[in-house]
Write a protein that binds this ligand. Structure first.
Ligand SMILES: NC(=O)c1ccc[n+]([C@@H]2O[C@H](COP(=O)([O-])OP(=O)(O)OC[C@H]3O[C@@H](n4cnc5c(N)ncnc54)[C@H](OP(=O)(O)O)[C@@H]3O)[C@@H](O)[C@H]2O)c1
Length: 342
């Protein structure tokens, strides 16, 4: 048996979900400091869709295999790796290098953490990128303090649901926007739901709070959306621009327009600031202790039942095109996870 034979989703040319092609690939034998992992589950994210279909700063050059986070079983270890054993379940983030939509991956051992017993592998896969991003944003970018009010847009999506659950655990007063299907989920996770398709969220926030919220976390993007988000803030409030979920509808032009709007909001004399998040592609890679400690803590909270990531769908890796089409259509609650059969 060829132990290095694997199948991967490969993108040769940017385009729609159909450019995700399932192909045989030879993976390397792990070298010094490396571990080879047989992937069991991999997360699908809005980021994967953006780099597959749209112009995006820092994208990976084609051909590439998408997939930012994965959970799997250690299959082979490099000569000097002593902290992992073959057969151990691990989780990891690829820090923008992709590679998760595959049967196997070779990664530096220092980027992996052990997955505790008691957390289902799809749940573990749903934790990695989104909950790490959400932790960083709540603690270091928005610096949300006890007693503050928080508006989370796209609160039922992969990243939004992570923000919602961590905010709920911290006891923040929260409001969350989503479409019709997500209102129960948002309410069950401790926030007041606002249906962005039928309600004016600026007016609704004013009705519910009087003077507005302290923090808006916006994963939707676009100039109109960001300007309206800023109108929900109290004096001293923070607008955190975190994603561009509306790029599927509006196209890549919203990226420069969003940056321009964020700059205008920051300069507008109404006491609102627009703190910039550290890059989630480079921050964890440069702060490996923070990354490993935070991910281990999040996985332990999931194992203890304190975090319950919502899973929108489990789809076999070769059917990744379907997973991207689902995210583009929208209306999902939680994270889409790709799985490999045993
Ligand atoms: N900065 C970072 O480090 C980082 C990390 C992870 C993700 N992201 C970014 O965050 C964005 C979201 O990613 P994701 O993985 O969470 O995607 P996702 O799972 O597809 O979630 C997007 C959510 O946005 C909602 N939405 C769409 N338009 C909306 C609107 N006008 N108002 C309110 N909600 C709206 C969708 O709700 P419906 O489907 O119900 O319409 C969906 O629940 C992407 O741009 C991604 O690149 C950034």
């Amino acid at each position: 048996m060829n132990k290095n034979a694997s199948n991967h989703i490969v993108v040769h040319k940017r385009g729609g979900p159909e450019v995700l092609s399932w192909e045989p690939v030879q993976v390397r034998t792990p070298g010094a400091g490396e571990v080879r992992v047989r992937i069991e589950a991999a997360g699908v994210s809005g980021y994967d869709l953006m780099i597959r279909g749209h112009w995006f700063l820092g994208f990976i050059k084609t051909p590439y295999t998408p997939g930012e986070d994965f959970v799997g079983i250690v299959d082979a270890i490099g000569p000097d790796v002593s902290n992992f054993t073959i057969g151990q379940r691990v989780a990891g983030w690829t820090f923008g290098q992709g590679g998760g939509y595959a049967e196997m991956i070779v990664r530096p051992a220092e980027t992996l953490v052990s997955v505790p017993d008691g957390v289902a592998l799809v749940m573990a896969a749903a934790i990695i990128t989104n909950y790490l991003t959400a932790s960083l944003v709540l603690e270091k970018t928005a610096k949300v303090r006890p007693g503050e009010r928080l508006l989370i847009h796209g609160a039922a999506g992969g990243l939004g649901s992570a923000l919602l659950q961590l905010g709920n655990l911290a006891g923040f007063e929260m409001f969350g926007t989503g479409s019709e299907k997500s209102t129960d989920f948002i309410a069950d996770n401790g926030a007041v739901p606002i249906n962005y398709r039928t309600e004016n969220f600026v007016r609704r926030i004013r009705e519910l709070t009087g003077d507005g919220v302290d923090v808006v976390i916006d994963v939707v993007g676009g100039p109109c959306q960001l300007w309206r988000s800023s109108r929900c803030l109290r004096r001293g409030g923070r607008l955190v621009m975190l994603g561009m979920a509306s790029i599927y509808e509006s196209g890549a032009a919203i990226i420069p327009l969003s940056l321009l709007t964020a700059g205008t909001v920051a300069l507008w004399p109404n006491g609102v600031s627009v703190p910039m998040s550290p890059s989630m592609l480079s921050f964890p890679a440069k702060n490996l202790d923070w990354y490993r400690d935070t991910l281990t803590d999040l996985l332990e909270k999931a194992a203890a039942g304190r975090l319950r990531p919502a899973i929108a769908a489990e789809i076999p890796v070769p059917e990744a095109p379907q997973s991207h089409a689902m995210l583009e259509t929208g209306g999902l609650v939680g994270k889409v996870v790709l799985t490999n059969s045993k």
